[in-house]
Design a protein around this ligand. Structure first.
Ligand code: BGC
Length: 739
């Protein structure tokens, strides 16, 4: 018997490595190949495939795994290693895997959240560009760069809807809107994965964190999400469904619990909804240590029970917690866990290894490392990085058209250490990008304005925020001051109770305004919506510049000088007061909708409910007029398409791009619906005086929602449509849907 198995193994092995199984076509059905490998595997080897370790040299979470990872790989007890940062190193690990009995190749993963070496703007900033094609391109480039490092798998996109700016991880996603979040999820998945893995320039994406991590109570990271089923289905799940429909290879579950059940142990979400109902055929990886945390949440008495619950729930791979490694074999041998669950998980993981072509050539992703430093390639990536960085900038205020910088300006004071910081421009979740490659604001502006005298003034200490003595700023024609967050202030474990721009920084802006006769332009930096009521009235112009990555300085200079007319729009509402959080445009009407000067309405007694800047807001150096949305009919039947036309005119004096936003309101429904729901965006570039008619096409399905018992319904009745360039600047019309 033993010799028969070895013979079969040798035959299969030679088939895999002879190129017989052309493994690159991810649409191909590999079930025969997968089954034949599975039959050769011992229980220990199967469990090994379900284990993922961080390379011991780099931890992106609390160090848990105490194993000697290299030895575990050599003995076939590991399916994936992450945080391995070079081709040489991936090769070393793969060499070890090739010494194991079955030579099953390893998968290498990494958090490529906004670029590998070329760092793109943080995802929330990219989302502000509202340019889906460009976001797809950025993910495609990230994949090309990542794969050149020998890595097959990015733990991105993060598709958590985020409505509370106190939560540090809002920087990783696409903001507050479920429809837009779904479009961005699709674009990023397509960008990472392409149509096939054939040329090994595409990699697996991972939609995370399934699910509702963005709903953690009061914005506290890792906290519980306590939301209705209706909110879960209508708000938090759509981007995951969109990612699955776009063919995402993997999902990561979350640290949070949802209505009493830790996401990692959530059978209803993972096994039933995701795998059965949505037909997801990829695999689910846990978040860092989240399997053992099921016990900490209080749902399992120990790691063994946690491991069992996670497997039953459909969590196929254990990142770091060692719970699978220590318990799954025993659980199966003791009859506590049916081997079918293990087989299902292993098949899913092996299928991805086949699709990536790793059985064909385990080193398939290691031959392009020469591209990493190829100047032509790097510079073509940087061109795209600059383009998207430029388009991510949002102009929040521009009094007396102080921007773009007037050509007569001779002397500029550039105030604030963020103007010289390269590191902070990279933001949080940087893969291998380093500050060496970054263009600072100071450098970008120097290059853009070679004839202007630019004087750098520190203004405050970057580490302590202590104010520094200011020189006379009177003789400058323009003051540009950079304030906001440093890179380490948003991201994982970076939730805050105070999202105000630091009081000293706001004081600096005030002082500059008071002590100088020249206009003050504020560059606001950070990974989340910030509150800055004190300095807002004292800034003549404000640009939200987020963290824009490698090309930050050039991009900011492009917008300041008018080389590019700003076109970014806010993907998250900016609150006026922290007490307004969570705040989002798509709220419910309530029985007592807010009205000014009325006491018994939905709101606060001390301050307004209105935000500082609404979702979708962003100015341009030109003006646009957007007409009413016009439908091609007044009445539609189920299954019809609704054609909506909107006239857009550039009424200003410059060429510019406007993002026309189409919103919807279902006036009467079996479950209440938001006062506004984004359902379409279109970007139009218009020269001055130019006018265009744009068309949106909706299907009646676009009018549906999840109602009672989480059933998707499209209900007849009256609908309102709204078009405009911000969620608070809209023209409307109505139509009816009949049965
Ligand atoms: C984060 C994930 C990330 C993982 C691996 C966790 O702490 O929540 O988003 O992919 O670490 O770095």
């Amino acid at each position: 018997m033993k010799s028969l198995i070895i013979l079969l193994f040798l035959i299969l092995n030679s088939l895999f490595f002879s190129g017989y199984t052309k493994g690159q076509d991810k649409k191909r059905d590999f079930s025969v190949e997968v089954d034949s490998v599975l039959r050769l595997m011992t229980l220990e080897e199967k469990v090994g495939q379900m284990i993922q370790y961080s390379n011991n040299r780099l931890n992106t979470g609390p160090a848990i795994n105490t194993n000697n990872v290299t030895e575990e790989v050599r003995t076939g007890r590991v399916g994936s290693v992450f945080n391995v940062l070079s081709v040489e190193h991936t090769r070393q690990y793969q060499d070890l895997a090739m010494q194991s009995r079955l030579k099953i190749p390893l998968l290498f993963g990494l958090d490529v959240v906004h670029g590998m070496k070329t760092t793109f703007p943080i995802p929330l900033a990219e989302a502000a560009s509202f340019d889906l094609a460009l976001m797809e391109k950025a993910a495609e480039i990230s994949a090309a760069e990542t794969s050149a490092y020998g890595i097959h798998w990015s733990f991105a996109p993060m598709v958590d809807i985020s409505r509370d700016a106190r939560w540090g991880r809002v920087m990783e996603g696409a903001g507050e809107d479920p429809w837009y979040g779904s479009q961005v999820a699709k674009a990023r998945v397509k960008g990472f994965q392409g149509d096939s893995y054939e040329d090994r320039k595409t990699i697996m994406a991972c939609a995370k964190h399934f699910a509702a991590y963005g709903a953690v109570v009061a914005g506290k990271d890792y906290s519980e999400a306590d939301i209705s089923e209706n909110t879960l289905h209508n708000i938090y799940l759509p981007p995951f469904k969109a990612a699955v429909d776009a063919g995402v290879a993997t999902l990561m579950n979350g640290f949070n619990e949802i209505n009493g059940i830790p996401a990692t142990a959530h059978k209803g979400l993972q096994r039933e909804l995701l795998k059965q109902e949505w037909g997801f055929d990829g695999f689910v990886v846990s978040d860092w240590g989240s399997v053992s945390e099921i016990a900490t949440h209080g749902m399992a008495k120990d790691n063994k029970e946690a491991a069992k619950l996670a497997v039953l729930a459909g969590c196929d791979m254990d990142m770091e917690s060692m719970s699978y490694e220590r318990n799954l074999v025993d659980l199966v041998n003791e009859g506590q866990l049916d081997i079918r669950f293990i087989n299902d998980a292993v098949k899913r993981i092996l299928t991805k290894k086949f699709e990536l072509g790793l059985f064909d050539d385990p080193y398939g992703y290691t031959y392009r490392s020469n591209e990493i430093d190829d100047e032509n390639i790097v510079s073509s990536y940087r061109t795209v990085a600059r383009d998207i960085a430029v388009k991510s900038i949002v102009l929040l205020k521009n009094q007396q058209e102080v921007l773009p910088i007037n050509p007569n300006v001779q002397k500029i004071a550039l105030v604030g250490p963020l103007n010289k910081s390269r590191k902070d421009m990279l933001g949080s979740w940087v893969a291998v990008g380093t500050e060496d490659g970054v263009i600072s604001v100071y450098e970008g502006l120097r290059t853009a304005l070679p004839d202007v005298e630019i004087t750098y003034i520190e203004g405050y200490d970057l580490e302590t925020n202590e104010l520094k003595t200011l020189p006379e700023t009177d003789h400058f024609d323009l003051v540009i001051v950079a304030v906001g967050e440093r890179a380490q202030e948003s991201g994982e474990a970076k939730s805050k109770v105070d999202i105000n721009v630091h009081k000293n920084q706001q004081q600096l802006v005030k002082t500059l305004k008071e002590e100088s006769t020249s206009p003050v332009v504020t560059l606001l930096m950070g990974g989340r919506p910030l509150v800055f009521s004190d300095m807002e009235p004292l800034s003549d112009a404000i640009l939200m510049t987020w963290w824009l990555g490698t090309e930050a300085g050039n991009a900011i200079a492009d917008v300041l000088t008018g080389k590019h007319n700003p076109s970014g729009k806010l993907p998250m509402t900016f609150p006026k007061y922290i007490g307004q959080c969570p705040i989002y445009y798509g709220h419910k009407n309530t029985g007592r909708p807010w009205q000014p000067d009325n006491r018994y309405v939905t709101g606060y007694m001390d301050e307004t409910v209105l935000p500082a800047y609404p979702f979708g807001f962003g100015l341009s150096y030109t003006d646009f007029e957007i007409g009413k949305p016009k439908t091609d009919r007044e009445t539609y039947e189920m299954g019809d398409t609704v054609q909506v036309t909107v006239d857009v005119k550039n009424t200003g004096t410059r060429l510019g791009t406007e993002t026309v936003q189409l919103y919807l309101r279902d006036m009467v429904s079996s479950v209440t619906r938001p006062v506004l729901e984004l359902c379409g965006i279109q970007q139009v570039a218009l020269s001055c005086g130019e006018e265009k008619r744009i068309t949106f096409t909706l299907t009646t399905n676009d009018l549906g929602f999840y109602a009672a018992e989480n059933k998707f319904v499209v209900e007849p009745g009256q609908f309102k449509l709204f078009a405009g360039n911000s969620s608070d600047n809209l023209e409307s019309s109505s139509f009816e849907l009949i049965d």
